[in-house]
Design a protein around this ligand. Structure first.
Ligand code: E4P
Length: 215
């Protein structure tokens, strides 16, 4: 499983990139707005210069024609921009046009296997299943990821499955076990994945023992 960082915060992206474990970034309008009044193009271009892999930038229009126009504009900002498009009738129309032009699309706000199948058939490179938001309303978000993995495998569909809306480290474990191609994780969760109290205890003990040898 690969890891994307789910953030529009430049400092977080720089820090995470230094670890050498992230191969992409996902943003959405809410994440960008958390950074205050920023210029969208500047932010996306800067993220693309930090990270080699796919950087998802979301469209903020709803009609097919407008989505296609905006997607082409976003795609011109950097070669590694992936266009994030919500799964709607207009969204699917736009995805199928853009995919034929070779533009990478991440179909977002996906909450069901049916939506994921439609995204794959329309030609999306990625579908983002929102695990946390499904869990929030009493559904099993990871079951949708698992079903999507099984069905895509069974039919040889090439679209990659992103476990999105990740809220805690156990979501990452479950996404990996479910066979998600990618988990897109907030910075805080990335740090939680790294930490283990026994690692800290172990380092303290090793260093203390080493002092006895060297003093
Ligand atoms: C990423 O692609 C999604 O936009 C993001 O994971 C949504 O997360 P949230 O449900 O915590 O807002």
């Amino acid at each position: 499983m690969r890891i994307f960082l789910d953030s529009a915060n430049i400092d977080q992206i720089r820090q995470a990139a230094k670890l050498g474990v992230i191969s992409g970034v996902t943003t959405n309008p809410s994440l960008v707005s958390k950074e205050g009044k920023v210029d969208y193009q500047t932010v996306i271009k800067e993220i693309c210069s930090i990270v080699d892999g796919s950087v998802s930038a979301e469209v903020v229009v709803t009609e097919a024609k407008a989505i296609i126009e905006q997607a082409r504009e976003l795609a011109s900002w950097a070669p590694n921009v992936t266009i994030k498009i919500p799964v709607t009738t207009d969204g699917l129309q736009a995805i199928s046009v853009l995919a034929k032009d070779g533009i990478s699309v991440n179909m977002t706000l996906c909450f069901s296997l049916n939506q994921a199948i439609l995204g794959a058939l329309a030609g999306a490179s990625y579908v983002s299943v929102f695990v946390g938001r499904l869990d929030d309303v009493g559904h099993d978000g990871m079951a949708v990821v698992k079903d999507t993995v099984d069905v895509f495998k069974g039919y040889g569909l090439k679209t990659q499955i992103i476990a999105a809306s990740i809220r805690h480290p156990l979501h990452c474990v479950a996404a990996a076990k479910a066979g998600a191609h990618i988990a897109t994780v907030p910075y805080a969760v990335l740090m939680q994945m790294l930490q283990h109290p026994l690692t800290d205890v172990g380092i303290t003990r090793f260093l203390a023992d080493w002092k006895k040898v060297s003093s």
